[in-house]
Ligand binder design. Structure first.
Ligand SMILES: [Zn+2]
Length: 89
């Protein structure tokens, strides 16, 4: 089976999963940006935060956030958790 969702990484090192708002239903979401609360037909899931952000908020967040390499184990575990849900439902 071909995996539909693929992990990507920002230049700072944050993992994210591009997806459609409707995809968030697979883990109980409703496609609403967790930052600005607007519906986002397309956005990005940030495993480390357990958040789905619209593209604008994602850009802003990635610009301002600091990446801590010591958090990467946690981040990877969360990312695999989401990937499993997304690719198996
Ligand atoms: Zn937003």
């Amino acid at each position: 089976m071909e995996n539909k969702f693929e992990l990507q990484k920002t230049e700072k090192g944050f993992l994210f999963l591009p997806m459609k708002g409707s995809d968030t239903a697979k883990f109980g979401g409703i496609g609403v940006c967790d930052f600005c609360a607007n519906y986002a037909a397309e956005g990005k899931l940030i495993p480390a935060l357990n958040c789905y952000y619209c593209n604008d908020c994602f850009e802003r967040w990635n610009r301002d956030a600091s990446y801590y390499p010591e958090d990467s184990n946690y981040e990877n575990r969360k990312a695999q958790y989401y990937l499993e849900i997304l690719n198996n439902h």
